[in-house]
Design a protein. Sequence first.
Lengths: 396, 84, 352
Amino acid sequence: MANKVFVTGMGIMSAIGNSVEETLYSLSNNKSGIEKIRYLETSHKDNFVVGEVKLSNTELIERAGIGNYNRTTLLGYLAVKEALKMASITDMKEARTGFISSTTVAGMCHTELLYKGFFEGKNNQNFIDYHLNGVSTNDIAGLFGISDYVTSISTACSSAANAMMLGARLIKNNILDRVIVGGVDPLSKFTLNGFNTLMILDSEWSRPFDENRKGLNLGEGAAFLVLESEKCVKEKNKNILAQLIGYGNANDAFHQTASSAEGYGALLAMQKAFKVAGITPDKIDYINAHGTGTPNNDASEGIAMQTIFGNHVPKFSSTKAFTGHTLAAAAAVEAVISVLAIQNRMIFPCLNRKEQMKDLTITPVDTLEKNVSLDYVMSNSFGFGGNCSSLIFAKN
Amino acid sequence: MDALIDKLKGEIIEQLNLEDLKKEDIDANAPLFGEGLGLDSIDALELIVLLEKNYGIKIQDPKDAKAIFTSIQTMADYIKANQK
Amino acid sequence: MEIYINGMACISHHNTIDENYFFEDIGSVPLSNQLTATEPNYKDHIPANLIRRMSHIVKMGVSTGMMSLKSAGIEKVDAIVTGTGMGCCEDTDKFLRTLLDNDERFLTPTSFIQSTHNTVAGQIALQIKCHGYNFTYVHQNLSFEYALLDAMMLLKEEEASTVLVGAVDEITPSMFELFYRGGHIKKLEELQPIWNSTTKGYLVGEGAGFFNISANITPSTYAKIKGVKCIQGITDSSELENIVNFFLLEIGLKKDQISLVLSGNSGDVVTDNKISEFNKAINQPIAYFKHLCGEYFTSSTFALWLAANIIKRQTVPLAIFPNHEPLSNIQNLLIVNHHEDHQYSLMCVSKC
């Protein structure tokens, strides 16, 4: 299990940019992507602000140039394309290559437009061919010619963290030489209304780790990272962006949606990540928190951080006020942001925060910090079903 | 009032799938959450929709729900006071 | 490292929840184009306060998981890995219809919460208070196989010593209509034995299968898992033959050591073409299983449950192996599955 796992490429499509470069620009200029609903057809158009990718379906189709795929596949394809380009990978057959994607709603953005008509006999479009979770994975893998290991996972809002963890394990176990890992979720009426029923959407800009936080802003997007083995990196003399050194997956086993008050699942996931990384908590320089902005998450996650780090909680922030909560893609979006933080020696701030949380003694970074040396960065992601995952990236 | 309480009991049993319970098993003054019926936060959200859909009453802040949903009696009182 | 199935349970169209049942009562001819599950009394396996919100698929998945634990004689596991091809269709359908019918009003959270694909894994964790590794695969016909590969990798990494791994899929009226109108499901008037079919479409099914696997053999051990392989797609039957030959080489078996092949023919004359040719070419005894469980994305769980049972009982039910001399000394079973000519998989189980 001595095999190291390196990040050699990244690609991202989110509310704050259609590339890694645009993402960095927005992050370092306090430019949030949360706006009034522009593209999603919903009767809540004026009720909520969201983080949409600033391209219509038609524009996405044009940009991708692969035909009439739905938003899920197009977003995923564009992010994978950027990641592969950055990693200078063109030939999928020169090494054992895998593709692991994750999504919660998959083609729901497409299904919800055709569903009623189909069952009322008004149309006969077989949307199921685009609806299922594996479909966009298979389409993207097929378009790039990846076939050695192709799978899809779904563990709610922690999905992409688990895709990254699985990819790292497959490299460490010498099953793959390199693997493209990440997640994609389009905005849909289904998720917007779903989170609305839980009364955890903020109709204004979300305020992660603020005493008066009301809930989250939904986002959408795709992000993928290229993970490669030490052998691959050495043979090709690859440019290394970061190393994925730790990962942990645990279950809170408390409630179907809510996190336990003490954040036990989060705590376990972080502890496991430290064990795999072989480092102690005091090494961590920055945590990109899950920090959705819901009353429950931020309290529970904050308590878990205070428990594991004691009086020395590292600098932390949630970047969800920039991107919105991109659900299955969130952990990959935040992995890209974590690697950008390491590369550019910056800590991106927790936007919109004003008042200290009474439940916590810790305070997030709320203005951009420059010239900070970041050797080890942790990224947390939690989801419904008690799924908790934590990753640790290291500067190489 | 008794008719409203009876109606509410039926609606709650149906909405929350309390299939093992009968109306007469539920004490209108017993707590709905924790002890008593043992409902949880998801049930509270279900009840908020029940009030909106069946009685046209909208609860904006989930924090207000706690007092309203103390018991079936408090729910009935709230409906009486707020129904247009 | 050897990996053993130490407990298992299966919900299917037939009475597979009864551990003494082994298809003694049925012939080989399909009876319907929709093989819905024979359900247990869920209250025997799931506490009442959890059960009241659960939809059909969640109840099937959680109860099968609990029955598997019971069959292994344990109450706790180190990790839970699940798979589902289509996820929670009933809850998704309910939430989506309410949303579309009421212009996005009067929606309640329960069906939304339970529509997520990891609901079954989360609910099992909640019920047995398992804080360990928890993962859900959603890769259509390979959802279970990838879950099983992950579970086996966890044992090899020594991250877990016992893993509960399984998968579940449900057929709802909406999904039936969708697949039927799409021409995927066989018309009632065209029902035929699946291994000799000349008509299009499959018999649609549903079910759940869970397995307790471990690197340690126990008194309850059914069989050992020799290998699992996922195949994204094949161009022709000879490619499948080559992959099978390579797979057997990897797990150290010769073709004539395979006592029986369980073939995933679905009864669709078009998409079964390659697997039917493969069945002829391999020249080993072939049995079929999808007339018993139907076609669904995680039908491999049924096949694995059947295979492990055949090994333990050393008998092949007539219902899957008609007009053959009974087999004796059953050592190795090879399962070859596919879904409409997409996503093939191989699993090999052996006598301990």
